[in-house]
Design a protein around this ligand. Structure first.
Ligand code: FMN
Length: 215
């Protein structure tokens, strides 16, 4: 399962989170760079005629993007990051989604904000990629690396397991598969420094208890 972190960030906050996610998942990262960069004045939400205000008032605005993802067809999962603007994703995210054939791909949105949550953001994005599967994303404000790791672990738990075989497994087998996947992810996070040995031991212990395993 090939993953891509794609993000737009006007002032660097979302970029930090995007980099952490890409590092944790050891996957490719792509910055959605506007053809015309947003200036401080462009971002002034107090001004009803600033560029961002005008764009966000016009749901059909599609700010241009400067470069494109090479080999998009090869990716199965896109982890898509952006700041919340006026309670939703900036319309350049719609531009991004409409640039590619994303049918059959899984899209996992994440955002940073001044306090708003995702609200109706995902509904708006779905209109630009109707053939993709959206997973309920989340806002990652003031989130530690370990918490981001925990979120990713829960997200990817059911991924990558052969769905046909899965249907034929009994409860114990399913449990075992999930256990192995969780364990592998924890080990990966420990190996790349996302969690400490202590956090690993605790998570692993909790996981064993929850799933009723000795090992
Ligand atoms: C035009 C504009 C609109 C914004 N609207 C909201 C909003 O509706 N709710 C909110 O919590 N934060 C809002 N913010 C704050 C940003 O979501 C927040 O600062 C974000 O972390 C910036 O991410 P970035 O540094 O990656 O661009 C807005 C910021 C801008 C520039």
């Amino acid at each position: 399962m090939k993953k891509l972190v794609a993000y737009f960030s006007a002032t660097g906050t979302t970029e930090n989170i995007a980099q952490t996610i890409a590092q944790l998942l050891e996957c490719d990262i792509f910055e959605i760079v506007p053809r015309e960069l947003y200036t401080k004045d462009d971002l002034d939400w107090m001004n009803p005629s600033s560029r961002s205000s005008l764009e966000m008032k016009d749901k059909s605005s599609r700010p241009e993007i400067d470069s494109s993802v090479i080999g998009m067809a090869d990716y199965d999962v896109i982890i898509l990051g952006f700041p919340i603007w006026w309670y939703v994703a900036p319309t350049i995210i719609n531009t991004f989604l409409e640039t590619y054939d994303l049918s059959g791909k899984t899209i996992i949105p994440f955002a940073t904000s001044g306090g708003s949550d995702m609200g109706n953001t995902v509904e708006g994005l779905k209109l630009s990629a109707p053939e993709s599967e959206f997973i309920e994303g989340r806002v990652l404000n003031n989130t530690s690396k370990a918490d981001i790791a925990g979120w990713l672990r829960s997200l990817f738990l059911s991924f990558g397991i052969d769905q046909v075989k899965w249907q034929t497994m009994d409860h114990d087998e399913k449990n075992h598969q999930l256990f192995l996947k969780q364990k592998a992810m924890l080990q990966q996070f420990l190996a790349n420094g996302a969690i400490t040995q202590e956090q690993y031991d605790k998570s692993y212990g909790d996981m064993k208890k929850k799933m009723g395993y000795d090992d």
